[in-house]
Every structure is written in C-alpha cells, then in structure tokens.
Design a protein around this ligand. Structure first.
Ligand code: BES
Ligand code: ZN
Length: 593
C-alpha cells in the first residue's frame, strides 16, 4: 500500500478516478442528498479500490454492465471517516454507487428559511475544503486525485442550483414540483473544489464572463459591490497568465457561511459581510480570484503543503491590489496581514510545529490546524524571494511555475526544486529551507513600510497620551486606514474612551464588518455595555469564523461578558455551521472553568 496523503485512504498503487458523474436529489425536509455517483476510472482495472466516505450510507455498487461490485465499509476513524473498499472485477471501467448523505454531513449546511435574506425558502451550501468532500460523495478525497465532473441536481421547483462547474441546461425534474439542473466541469479539479449551493437565487451580469448570484433581496447590492470584477480579472491575467476556467461567477451566500470566501472554480462562494456598500472589502474577491491560478491550477498535493495554496494566493492578492490601487494600498494589506500573523504567533508560540510552512498534520484535523500562518508567512516568503531575485525575474518565475504545473498537485519539495532550477542561488540566499521547515518567522522576513502606515501607527500609539485624530483626518481615511488605526489601539479602554471613540468614528452603526468587528472586540474587551445589543445581533446573524473567534475571545475578559457570551452562544449556535460551532464551543469552554 502506498499512502501519499495522511488525510485520505487514496492509494497510488490502486486505480485512479478520472471523472465523476453525479445524479443527486436535494431533500430539504430530510436534509440529505440522495442519488448516484458514477466514478469513471482512468483505465480498465480490477482488484481493490479504496474510497473515502464520512457519514455516507452506501446502498449498492455496480460495474458498467450492471453487475454488483462487492464492497465493505471500514470502521469509523475520528477525523478521516470510513474507508469504502471495493473489490473490482476485471475490466471495470466505471463504478456506479448508490448512496445518501447524513443530515450531519460537515460539508453541507442546511439553512431554514429564517436564516435567509428572503425568509421564505430554505438554502443549502457546501464547503468541502479541506477534507469534507467525503461527507458529500464517496471519492478518493485527496487533492492528488484530480477529476472532471458532470452533475444532475434535482431541487424543489422554485429553487436554483449552482455548482463549481459550467451550467449545462435545466429540465423539469422526475417528480412534480421539482427541477433538474445540469452541470459540466471539463477541467480536472481536486475533490475539495466540488461545490453546490441551492436557494432562491437570482443573478446579474457583470461582464461577458462574469455574473453574480444571490438571493433577490441582495442581488443589486452584490452587483454594485463587485462591478469591478472584469478589471480585476484583466490585471490578474497580466500578472499570472490567461484565465483558464472560462467563466468567473460568484455567489453571495447567506450570513451563516463560515468563511469570507471559497475559491470554488467558476463559482466563488462569498460571505454577504463583503457587501459594505463602498467596495472596500473586495480584496477577498481578489484573493479568491487569484486562487484560479494558485490553488486551482497548481494545487497543494496534501494539506501539509497548504501554504502553496494560501501563501501564494495571499501574495498574488496583494499584487493584484498593487496593480489596481498602487503600492500604498498593498502596504496596508501587508500591515493587516502582519497583525493576523503576530496574533497567530502569540497563540501558537514561536516553536510550535504549526508555525512551519511545510507541516506534518498526520493525525490532526486540518480544521484544527487552520491559521493565518500559511497565508502570511507563506506570502512573506514569496515577497522575500521577489526582493532577492528582483521583481522582473520573479514575475517570470511565477508565470513559468503556473504554466509548468497547471492542472497538477505538487509538494513543497517540488516547488523548491523548481525554484532552485529557475532562480539558481536564490533559495540559499533567502534561506528558503529555514522558512519551509523551521517554526517561527525568520529574521530576514521582508518589512513593508509607507508614510501612511507610520502616521497611523504613531497616532494610535499615542492614544493613551490623549492623541486623537482630527475630524478632517478621519474624513479623508479610507476604510482600510481606519482599520489599521483601530488595530493599533489598546484592547481595553475606559468606558469614557469607548464612548469617545465611538462618537469620533461612528462605529456601532457601521456596515463594514471589518471595522465593526474590530470595534466590537475593543468594546467587548472593555466590558462596555452600550454595545452588548449590537454584539448579540452580529454574533447571531453572522457565522464567519474570522469574526466569531476574536469576538468570543474578547468576551472572555470579564465575568459579565463571559456570561453574555454563553447566553448569546446558547441562542445563536443552532444557526452556526458545525465548524463554527465547534470553534466557539472550545473557546468559551475554556473560560467557564
Ligand atoms: N480556501 C480558503 C478558505 C478555506 C481554507 C476553507 C481552508 C477551508 C479550509 C479561502 O481562499 C480563504 O482563504 N478565504 C479567506 C479570505 C481571505 C484570506 C482574503 C477567508 O475566508 O477569510
Ligand atoms: Zn485562500
């Protein structure tokens, strides 16, 4: 047996899946997907084939001519789920598996109508990264196994289905009151990029190759917020090469979505907290778009090389930002990232193996290891290489990297070998091995400076001495500048100062969630009662883990806010994604004791 991925029973000596054909029906009452997946093999095969499953009920397995294929489900393993072992008769070209998902499938979040904007229809969305595709489909759930796919998804008639695939038509469903949506994804993708959303959806065209989907109540706001998408795609193509996925569509999900964005190919999934009304949070879209090259074309071979996906994409995101808005804007992006990295280093400690870029997560749940380290340390490594080699050479390296490894899944070691080949001497000069294999942030980390950043930092650091920004200064700030300023303020303030800050910056009523949450973190940490109502509102409505984490953490500082946290969590948690619920439970569990 040859296991190359610690989080999958994919075995490189066994047959490989090349394409999936899904036929599923979406049952909102039972909270299940029921149907068939056909796995087409790369070549006719026989013998053992192991698939990953978690929570799936397997009803039957048949070969291309309808003959039964013997199968056996292994014991449940806590993180990995159950191995489905098939015993293929000679000449097996494809395997049809009839199955249904569990109502507890981690990949699937089923929303009641009250959790949507329109309040009339239920909603379903998937989130498969890193190892949850196996709760939706029995597959070789390792990013090393790339598959194309086709799908037929049957939903209740008023609802619309979208997938990480091209639309391929629509027809009346098999039962009255149902509709079937057809999809085709011709390019091979890792299984974690399988994605499905179903709801009361409308769309607006943004450019000939891009449109945004969302519930009717938010679609106009979404179209306005993301109107600049074509310009962004053009800039990205200039930097990284042609966009290879045909269309770039987006869907704005209900607020329970646990991430800011997810780079599902042809259909980026986004949190509605990006709809700030001023286009100030579109850097998340730049990030997900950049994954079209780094992540979706060139993919991490396993989660131990996750930095290749996220570090490269964070670097790429800031290059897009620079191309669109100039160097000063990109420096602010680096500064926001630095804060996240500093906090993470404090959380883990400088010697923690989780602060290595190349990790060893065997036996560890990828969701528990998730942090900003692969993003920000990874992006800094690439910026360091850029500075060492010079931008022109580095840009050529990046484009070559994408062109050579497109549609493959690679390791940190393969990346390093390519770097050494294309930019000889640079890896040694930049001490790339220490960056990859050692914990902490090396001393040669690049520093990002600008006048604006220095001024904001100085002003915030003098808060305790009574320094305050002047109203004209505040009026001239872009949202990011205000955010950088706020991140440098004390985490706990006297109530009079809380009030003064809120009055000065008009914080409690903000629609920009980055700023709002930063404020609520300060206010919660200060036990500042006037915002408790707003805190409850935000924590009840929004499921994005990036916001839940710091808010619940800040609430841990005082007896009264601890009680508030438990109270809010008890009421809000049934609406959270199971991942968010788990994260918050472990945080507030720590502060009951
Ligand atoms: N691919 C990630 C989200 C993800 C990572 C989901 C690992 C599950 C497991 C996505 O591209 C991402 O990084 N989203 C960020 C956006 C930000 C860094 C601009 C987010 O959700 O906050
Ligand atoms: Zn990402």
């Amino acid at each position: 047996m040859s296991r190359l991925d610690p989080h999958s029973c994919f075995d490189a000596t066994q047959p490989r899946t090349r394409r999936l054909r899904l036929r599923l029906s979406v049952d909102f009452q039972e909270r299940r997907l029921t149907g068939t997946v056909v796995l087409e093999l790369a070549e006719p095969a026989s013998g053992t084939l192991d698939l990953d499953t978690k929570g799936l009920e397997i009803h039957s397995a048949r070969g291309q001519s309808g003959g039964e294929i013997p199968f056996h489900l292994g014991d449940e393993e806590p993180i990995l789920g159950r191995r489905l072992r098939l015993d293929l008769p000679p000449g097996t070209r494809e395997i049809a598996i009839e199955y249904r998902t569990s109502p507890e499938a981690v990949a699937l979040q089923w929303l009641a109508p009250e959790q949507t904007e329109g309040k009339r229809h239920p909603f379903l969305f998937s989130q498969c990264q890193a190892i949850h595709a196996r709760t939706m489909v029995p597959v070789q759930d390792s990013p090393r196994v790339r598959v194309s796919y086709a799908a037929e998804i049957t939903v209740p008639a008023p609802l619309v289905a979208v997938m990480s695939a091209g639309p391929a038509g629509e027809r009346p469903g098999p039962k009255a009151g149902t509709r079937t949506f057809l999809f085709d994804m011709p390019q091979p993708i890792p299984p974690y990029l399988l994605a499905l959303a179903v709801g009361d959806l409308e769309s607006r065209d943004l450019s000939p190759r891009s449109r945004v989907f969302s519930e009717p109540a938010t679609v106009e706001r979404a179209a306005w917020e993301f109107a600049g998408i074509e310009e962004m795609i053009l800039k990205a193509e200039g930097l990284f090469g042609p966009y290879e996925w045909d269309r770039y569509d987006m869907i704005v999900l209900p607020p329970a979505f646990p991430y800011g964005g997810m780079e599902n190919p042809r259909m980026t999934f986004l949190t509605p907290t990006l709809l700030a009304g001023d286009r100030s949070l579109v850097d998340v879209v730049a990030h997900e778009l950049a994954h079209s090259w780094t992540g979706n074309l060139v993919t991490n071979a396993t989660i131990d090389h996750f930095w290749l996906n996220e570090g490269s994409t964070t670097y790429a995101e800031r290059r897009i930002q620079e191309a669109l808005h100039g160097e000063e804007a990109a420096v602010l992006g680096w500064a926001l990232g630095q804060k996240a990295l500093d906090q993470e280093m404090e959380r883990f400690g400088p010697d923690s193996p989780l602060t290595r870029l190349r990790t060893d997560l065997k036996g560890i749940d990828p969701d528990d290891a998730f942090s900003s380290v692969p993003y920000e340390k990874g992006a800094r490594l690439l910026a360091l290489i850029e500075r060492t080699a010079g931008r022109e050479r580095f840009d050529r390296f990046l484009r070559d990297y994408i062109a050579i490894f497109r549609f493959t899944s690679i390791t940190s070691e393969e990346w390093l070998a390519f770097l050494q080949e294309k930019l000889p001497g640079v890896a040694e000069q930049a001490q790339v091995r220490a960056w990859l294999y050692e914990p902490g942030i090396p001393a040669n980390a690049p520093v990002f400076r600008s006048r604006a950043l220095e001024e904001l930092t100085t002003l915030a650091e003098r808060w305790a001495q009574g320094a305050r920004p002047a109203p004209q200064q505040i009026a001239a700030w872009k949202p990011r500048e205000m955010l950088v300023y706020m991140q440098r303020l004390p985490r706990e303030m006297a109530h009079a100062d809380c009030r003064a800050l809120d009055d000065l910056l008009g914080l409690t009523g903000r629609g920009n969630y980055e700023i709002l949450v930063e404020w609520l973190v300060i206010a919660a940490g200060s036990d500042y009662e006037p915002v408790f109502g707003r805190l409850r509102e935000v924590l009840t409505r929004v499921g994005r883990m990036k916001y839940l984490r710091p808010l619940y953490k800040a609430l841990g500082g005082h007896p009264r806010t601890r009680a508030l946290a438990h109270d809010i969590f008890a009421a809000a948690s049934p609406g959270y994604h199971s991942l968010s619920r788990r994260v918050v439970e472990s945080m507030i569990g720590k502060y009951t004791a």
